[in-house]
Design a protein around this ligand. Sequence first.
Ligand code: CS2
Length: 476
Amino acid sequence: MTRLSQAALTALPEGIAAPRYDRSTVTNGVVHFGPGAFHRAHQAAAFDTLLAHDPRWGLTGISLNSRGVADSLNPQDGLYTLALLDLETSYRVIGSIGRVLTRDDPEAILTALAHHDTRVISSTVTEKGYCLNADGALDLANPAIATDLEAARADDWTPASFTGWLVRGFQVRRHAGLPGVTVLCCDNLTDNGRKLEAAALALAGEIDPDTARWIADNVAFPNAMVDSITPATDAALRTRVAHETGLEDAWPIQRERFTQWVIEDRFAGERPALDVAGVTFASNVRPFETAKLRLLNGAHSSLAYIGLGMGLETVADAMADSTLAAFVERLMRVDIAPSVTPPPGLDLDGYISDVLARFRNPAIRHLLSQIAWDGSQKLPYRLLDTVRDALAAGRSVERLALPIAAWLRFLVRAANEGRTITDPLGPMLLARAGDWRSVLALREVFGDLGSEPRFAHAVAAGLASLEAGQPAPAGV
Ligand code: CS2
């Protein structure tokens, strides 16, 4: 079977969308760190739409942690297939990524960062990629950051961390007299832009205070809310894509049709006209972020940890269990919604109903085990902030503590079965799993909540009800 490539596009069957712009005229205005599935499903598709209007916004991808994306996409001229899963699945070949660079080519990464065409540097490096501590500030003791602090004593240094690469890129831009850029964080963190800004300033402050000042004066870090459910690529998708397109694609991507991207209108220079791709620019993104993180992601993690404990496999399976579905709906409407101030015009009840309908999408096989990754990094934003707000307002935290109890049991099962888990704190969590109070005492995850008796009490009740085989504490 012919491999997907620019030349092979002429062979695409009718009905499969492909770039309608001349890719040879595209220049790269964006450098993106972390061109994994979510980026390729979401932002890269939006830029693909924009490129038909303005060819100056092509993407260079940077994969710091593996060669997989580069090895898949570069031989395909950066092209890949995106499957949009709905009642009827449709397919679209995306052409916005020109090439993908890896750590093996640090010179090329630096050249891209310090190119005058580069006006946006964006990122989806996942929560752990920002190396933040429980207070959301840069963790100077993180191994990658500590390595960068050491390496940066030399003038010509090669960073280890994403934040290190940002600072290095800014150093070179400053010395070259290039203009500032916009750094667009696209990960599920509250206040993501501000947190990354503070982290970059903190690292630059340690390494090179002149560059820290340059960043403060020349770089904008808008907050952004990103949303689209993107199950990992599986063998079934590869087979369907090969069948539908007639071409072999080393790494196709799938997502639900729904997509949302709200970006704070705070750019250092030119703003890409992403409105043509349905992107919203807003003066304040926090209400969108909070609604999405707490309601959608909070419910997702709850379904994942409780559902896995019940032996379920996918989000749709979990939603098909009427007790679990009813529990999660109550959690969203009664416990999470009061801690969310919706953006003007958003009806929270309708939003919750829409999210639940998306979870039920029969065309999507979204593994609970995928959502369960990196719990120590995700839970603080998804559920623990809501717990804090509920405690401060004197509301009950019984239901909110149940998914936390389910996570604790998830750790116990992994420890007992001798399995590792995907989580940067994995070894420490598994070592403590046998004593849940010692997990609660981890400031990196729970901050001050670990010593809050009302929370510990609710977690204990949650553990007891899960052990009794009930997905909700008695009477809740
Ligand atoms: C999910 C998210 O894997 C996870 O943790 O909760 O990836 C979720 O599907 C997206 O944030 C939806 O926009």
